[in-house]
Design a protein around this ligand. Structure first.
Ligand code: ZN
Length: 201
């Protein structure tokens, strides 16, 4: 199983990090060991600036290569809400040197994934999600604000990476990313349902 992540898929988030609005999806991969086990996230020693990024997660239910946009909806049946934890300090250093981001994005525990829900329960063009930090709303996203929608992403990703059953796609984060400290609580909401509650240690 692999985790394919999309960067800069919401205009306002690209702008808050002073990145250009992309003309094609920005992709990176987390290893399967990045999945957080349990509900406690431990800040790693190599970073003093871990950011949360709430993202809609799509699980691939049918593998494929060169999937067309028109057929993409046949390749997923379930979604979840996730967090793409990012060592922003390390990522900034690596970006400045033109080096790959993997250490800043793919470390152990850096991928939170809630339970999965059938996509048929949602209007896929307009799925709302939110993240609360210590009960305060910090991120609010809607799939209608994506620069590249889910079907476009699946089609684009499958040109480069064969998709297999169980692969996860993190579809990008809306504006409002920020740093965490010990004892913070991150709660994820998918539409009006609380789907995760992560304690920062
Ligand atoms: Zn992200």
């Amino acid at each position: 199983m692999k985790i394919i992540c999309v960067g800069r898929n919401y205009k306002a988030h690209a702008q808050e990090l002073q990145n250009e609005i992309p003309t094609e999806p920005v992709l990176f991969i987390k290893p399967d060991t990045a999945i957080l086990k349990g509900n406690d996230f431990y800040i790693p020693e190599f970073s003093s600036e871990i950011h949360y990024e709430a993202e809609l997660v799509v699980k691939i239910s049918k593998g494929g290569k060169y999937i067309t946009k028109a057929n993409a909806h046949k390749h997923y049946e379930q979604i979840a809400l996730g967090i793409d934890f990012t060592a922003r300090d390390l990522q900034s250093q690596l970006k400045a040197k033109g080096l790959p981001w993997e250490k800043a994005k793919g470390f152990d525990g850096s991928a939170v994934v809630s339970s999965f829900f059938p996509i048929s329960d949602f209007n896929r063009d307009e799925i709302k999600f939110q993240m609360l930090k210590n009960k305060q709303l910090v991120q609010s996203g809607n799939t209608k604000e994506m620069i590249f929608d889910i079907d476009q992403l699946i089609s684009y990703i499958s040109e480069y990476f064969t998709l297999r059953v169980g692969d996860l796609i993190f579809t990008g984060t809306p504006a409002g990313v920020g740093a965490i400290v010990e004892n913070d609580i991150l709660e994820g909401m998918l539409e009006n349902q609380a789907v995760f509650n992560i304690k920062i240690q």
